[in-house]
Design a protein around this ligand. Structure first.
Ligand code: HEM
Length: 499
C-alpha cells in the first residue's frame, strides 16, 4: 500500500509540476518528488539560488522537494515586489514545524487580522516601553555596562562571547516585554536564553529542513521532539513569569508589553468582546517570537562585528581613533551617530556582509499576481533573496569584501544606500529594526571604547575565516567562523585586550 501511495504521489506531483510550469516563472527542471533539491547547496542554499538568478533572471521558480517556491533576486526586483506589491507579496508562509507548534498565533508566522493587530500592538507598545526612545537607550547603555564587567572578569583570558552576548541582548527584550532585566547567572534566565538559542539552531538543522518539506516522511527522523520539548519548556517558563506579573498588575502603570497585553485582554473580556485577538495564545506566541527574532539576530551581528575588527585591525584602529577623537572616554549616546560617520559605515558594512537572514523569512502571495510579466498564483511561497540585494553587483562596488567605504562619500561623510536591506522591506519588514539599530550602535561603540579585539594567539588575521558555517538554516544564517587548520573550536580565542 505504501508503494502504491508513493507512486500516486509521484505521478500527481509530476503532472502537477508540468501543468503549473506552463505559467510559472522560469527555473531549473525539477525531478519528481525531489524537485531541485539535488542541485542546491543544502548548507547554503542562498548561494545556489544566487547562481540560478544569473541563469533564469530575477524572478524564477525552484522546487524544494514537492514545494514550489518563487525566488525574487536583485535589489530592484526585491524592492519592487515588497514595496510596490506589498499587499500581494505580504503574507507569511508557515513552515511545518511552526504550524505544528504555534497554530498561526503571534506576529512572526501569522497572517490576516490577527497578525495586523499583533504587529500594530507590538510596535506601539515596544515604542511606548522605550523602542526608539531615550528610555530604551538608557537600558541598552546599562546592559552594555553589565556586559563590559563580564568581559573584564576574563582578564585577557580566552573566552567565548556567545553566551554573555546572548544574555545582554535577551535582557533588552526582557526589559521591553517584562519591564525588568535578569542577572546573567540567574538559572531561570540562562535556561530561557539557552533554549531559545538551541531552538533556533534546531530550526535550521538539515533534518528539520527535511521535516518541513516532507513532514509525513521525516517526522520520525527529524529532531522535532527536542524542538517541541524546548519550546514547551520555554512556554511554561514564560507562563510562570506572566502569572507573577498578573498578581501585581496595575492597569495605570504598565511595566512592559505583557502588562499592556493583559490590560487589553481584561478590557476585551469585561466588554464582552468574544472575537478579540488579545488571548493567551497570542500573548505567549508573540512574546516567544520577540525573543526568537530579537536575540540571535542582534547578538550574531555583534559577534560578526567583533570578528571583522579582529580580522581588519586597521579598520579597528580607525574606529577607535574616531571614537576617541569625538567622544573621548565619555559614554556614547545615539545622537553621537551623526558625528561618527566611519563607525556608522563599519556597522552598516558589517550588517551587509554578514547577511544574517539571507533569504528573509518565507513570504506567500495573498492573491494572484502578475509581476514583471510572470503569473504567480495566490498562496505561492516566495523567497525574497536578501543575499542578492546585499551582494547585488550592480549596487555595490565590492559586493563580496568588507568595504566600509560603501557607506562613505569622498569627504568621509556617511551616505545611506537604498540596497542596504538586511531588515527586508515592505509590510513584513523587521518589526525590531529601530531597536536593533540602536543596540548595534551602542553595544559596538561601547565595546570598542573599552576593548581591542584580536585573533587567538598563533593565528594571523589572514587566517581568520569569514566563511559562514555549513548546516546553514534557510531561515537564519547562524554565524560561526571556522577555525583555521590545526586549531580546534575550543582554542579559538576572541580575547579582548583590556584597556
Ligand atoms: C522579521 C532581520 C532584529 C523582531 C525580520 C525579517 C528580517 C529581520 C530579514 C524578515 C522580514 C521579511 O519577512 O521580509 C533582523 C535583523 C536584526 C533583527 C538583521 C538584527 C540585526 C530584530 C529585533 C526584534 C525583531 C531586535 C524584536 C524586537 C522581528 C519580528 C519580525 C522580524 C517580530 C516578523 C515581522 C512580521 O512578520 O510582521 N527581521 N531582525 N527583529 N523581526 Fe527582525
Amino acid at each position: 500500500a505504501l508503494v502504491v501511495l508513493l507512486l500516486i504521489y509521484l505521478v500527481s506531483t509530476f503532472s502537477f509540476n508540468s501543468q503549473e510550469n506552463r505559467k510559472d516563472p522560469p527555473g531549473p527542471k525539477p525531478l519528481p518528488l525531489l524537485g531541485n533539491l539535488l542541485q542546491l547547496d543544502l548548507g547554503r542554499p542562498y548561494n545556489t539560488l544566487l547562481e540560478f538568478s544569473k541563469k533564469y533572471g530575477p524572478v524564477f521558480t525552484v522546487y524544494l522537494g514537492p514545494k514550489k517556491v518563487v525566488v525574487l533576486a536583485g535589489y530592484k526586483t526585491v524592492k519592487e515586489a515588497l514595496v510596490k506589491y506589498a499587499e500581494e507579496f505580504g503574507d507569511r508562509d508557515q513552515l511545518q514545524i511552526v504550524r505544528d507548534f504555534n497554530k498561526g498565533h503571534g506576529v512572526l508566522w501569522s497572517n490576516g487580522d490577527s497578525w495586523k493587530e499583533m504587529r500594530r500592538f507590538a510596535l506601539t507598545n515596544l515604542r511606548d516601553f522605550g523602542m526608539g526612545k531615550k528610555a530604551c537607550e538608557d537600558k541598552i547603555i546599562e546592559e552594555c555596562n553589565f556586559l563590559i564587567e563580564v568581559f573584564k572578569k576574563f582578564k585577557g583570558e580566552a573566552f567565548d562571547t556567545t553566551q554573555p552576548m546572548n544574555c545582554a541582548v535577551s535582557n533588552i527584550i526582557c526589559s521591553m516585554v517584562y519591564g525588568s532585566r535578569f542577572e546573567y547567572d540567574d538559572p531561570e534566565f540562562t535556561s530561557l536564553v539557552d533554549r531559545t538559542n538551541r531552538n533556533i539552531q534546531l530550526a535550521g538543522s538539515s533534518s528539520m529542513q527535511l521535516y518541513n518539506l516532507f513532514p509525513w516522511f521525516c517526522k520520525w527522523i527529524a529532531n522535532r521532539k527536542e524542538f517541541h520539548k524546548l519550546a514547551d519548556a520555554n512556554k511554561k517558563q514564560n507562563l510562570k513569569l506572566f502569572s507573577r506579573l498578573k498578581e501585581t498588575l496595575n492597569p495605570h502603570m504598565c511595566r512592559g508589553f505583557v502588562d499592556a497585553f493583559l490590560v487589553r485582554k481584561q478590557h476585551a473580556e469585561e466588554s464582552g468582546i468574544t472575537n478579540s485577538h488579545f488571548h493567551d495564545e497570542n500573548l505567549i506566541a508573540t512574546v516567544v517570537n520577540l525573543f526568537a527574532a530579537g536575540t540571535d539576530t542582534t547578538a550574531t551581528t555583534l559577534r560578526w562585528a567583533l570578528l571583522l575588527m579582529a580580522k581588519y585591525p586597521k579598520t579597528q584602529d580607525q574606529v577607535q581613533e574616531e571614537l576617541s577623537r569625538v567622544l573621548g572616554s565619555r559614554q556614547v549616546q545615539v545622537e553621537d551617530r551623526k558625528n561618527l560617520p566611519f563607525t556608522d559605515a563599519v556597522i552598516h558594512e558589517t550588517q551587509r556582509l554578514a547577511n544574517i537572514v539571507p533569504m528573509a523569512l518565507p513570504h506567500r502571495t495573498s492573491q494572484d499576481v502578475t509581476f514583471q510579466g510572470h503569473f504567480i498564483k495566490k498562496g505561492t511561497t516566495v523567497y525574497p533573496l536578501l543575499t542578492s540585494v546585499l551582494y547585488d553587483e550592480s549596487e555595490w562596488e565590492r559586493p563580496h569584501s568588507f568595504y566600509p567605504a560603501h557607506f562613505l562619500d569622498k569627504d568621509g561623510k556617511f551616505v545611506k544606500r537604498d540596497a542596504f536591506m538586511p531588515f527586508s522591506a515592505g509590510r513584513r519588514v523587521c518589526l525590531g529594526e529601530s531597536l536593533a539599530r540602536m543596540e548595534l550602535f551602542i553595544f559596538f561603540t561601547t565595546l570598542l571604547q573599552h576593548f581591542r579585539f584580536s585573533p587567538p594567539p598563533g593565528v594571523s588575521e589572514d587566517e581568520l575565516d569569514l566563511t559562514p558555517r555549513r548546516r546553514v538554516p534557510t531561515l537564519l544564517q547562524h554565524f560561526r567562523f571556522s577555525p583555521p587548520p590545526g586549531v580546534s573550536e575550543d582554542e579559538l580565542d576572541l580575547t579582548p585586550r583590556v584597556g
